[in-house]
Design a protein around this ligand. Structure first.
Ligand SMILES: *Cc1c(COP(=O)(O)O)cnc(C)c1O
Length: 367
């Protein structure tokens, strides 16, 4: 087996033990005589799979009973529309635009109501989480149906290290790229959601955790498609239509893996150690520099660059020769990005660090 050191931002590395279990169960799941892919989503065997996935997630995050867990499709992107359609009861919400995905969510929400821009870091190229004072101030007027944030900015390598105080306005957060990487205080939010392909499984599943009272009256907008009606999906146990059965099965395995390793505080320790290794190296380096402001740095996506795009490209190629792949930055950000989600081992991060040191020693500075 020749597995590379995979720093992909998503779909991202999965734990090898999870992949091996899936392989072992691929043709015949338990004593069912069939693959999970071939099973009715209404069968008893599948019921156990989805119920176990939800129960494990509830234990991991200590999700209170007042919150519903949905396993939906359409990526995080579909929720950019689902959130305003369900929650914009008076037609006015506030958005913090801290990066590309937050911006997309904001643009999408503007199609459905008044989406106020509460704060942005666009002026400095999204190198930080914006100052949250105006967010708190506006939220406390009680005039917003919700306040929207993107908690970890996958492309720019920034992350919230504290949450805005929103008074009675529910906080809605896209946690796609930091989900399960550290503890999450669900009660601070009205709704949190995450695409699975960063840290929780394969592409094609989006986990939505929503406070029941926010959806009890059905969607805010009558035009909301049934598929995106959170109340309906909750009533139907995420089975209004055929869910991504295999994807939810993979999520359940990853949730178990996280739990067996010690849960979310263990994940935070492991991820913080991996992130520090890279940030310390970058801070001490004459060649590499971090692109995110220090107090906004992400523990999931480490973004950095050299002094020239040509040298960045040379480093990316150099790393690839050593089996270190997917460290090219997103096309809108350039440079390099190492995504160090839960399944990326310290060994892989050490390999990247060694590669950076070697390159720094030998690289031609004139490029
Ligand atoms: C990847 C990502 C998205 C987009 O997810 P899709 O599944 O492609 O819709 C949205 N938000 C964040 C923070 C992400 O990391």
């Amino acid at each position: 087996m020749a597995r590379v050191h995979n720093f992909s931002a998503g779909p991202a590395a999965l734990p090898v033990s999870v992949l091996a279990e899936i392989r072992d169960e691929l043709l015949e799941y338990g004593d069912t005589g069939m693959s999970v892919m071939e099973m009715s989503h209404r069968s008893a065997a599948y019921r156990t799979i989805i119920d176990d996935a939800e129960a494990t997630l509830r234990r991991l995050l200590a999700i209170p009973d007042a919150y519903r867990v949905l396993f939906l499709q359409g990526g995080a992107t579909l929720q950019f529309a689902g959130i305003p359609m369900n929650l914009m009861r008076t037609g006015r919400a506030g958005y913090v635009v801290s990066g590309n995905f937050a911006n997309r969510a904001w643009q999408e929400a503007r199609r459905y109501g008044t989406a106020e821009l509460l704060a942005t870091s666009a002026d400095t190229g999204f190198d930080r989480i914006p100052d949250l004072a105006p967010v708190t101030e506006r939220a406390r007027t009680g005039e917003l149906d919700y306040v929207y944030i993107c908690e970890n900015n996958t492309i720019f390598g920034t992350q919230y290290h504290e949450l805005p105080e929103c008074g009675s306005a529910p906080l809605v957060s896209d946690v796609s790229s930091c989900f399960l990487s550290q503890p999450l205080d669900v009660e601070r939010y009205g709704l949190v959601y995450a695409g699975a392909q960063k840290n929780a499984g394969a592409a094609g599943v989006t986990v939505v955790i929503v406070r029941e009272d926010l959806i009890a009256d059905g969607p805010a907008l009558p035009c909301c498609p049934s598929y995106l009606d959170y109340r309906l999906e909750a009533e139907k146990g995420s089975m209004y239509n055929t869910p991504n059965t295999f994807g939810i099965y993979v999520c359940g395995k990853v949730f178990r893996w996280v739990e067996e390793l010690g849960g979310l505080s263990t994940m935070r320790e492991r991820n913080a150690a991996k992130a520090s290794l890279l940030y310390d190296l970058i801070d001490a380096s004459d060649l590499f520099r971090g692109t995110a402001q220090r107090d906004s740095r992400s523990i999931a996506n480490v973004t950095f660059r050299t002094h020239s795009p040509e040298l960045d490209a040379a480093f990316i190629a150099y790393a690839e020769e050593r089996g270190i792949v997917n460290i090219k930055g997103h096309r809108v950000a350039g440079g390099m990005r190492a995504s160090i989600y839960n399944a990326v081992s310290m060994e892989s991060v050490e390999a990247l660090a060694a590669c950076m040191r070697d390159f720094e020693r030998t690289a031609p500075r004139s490029i």
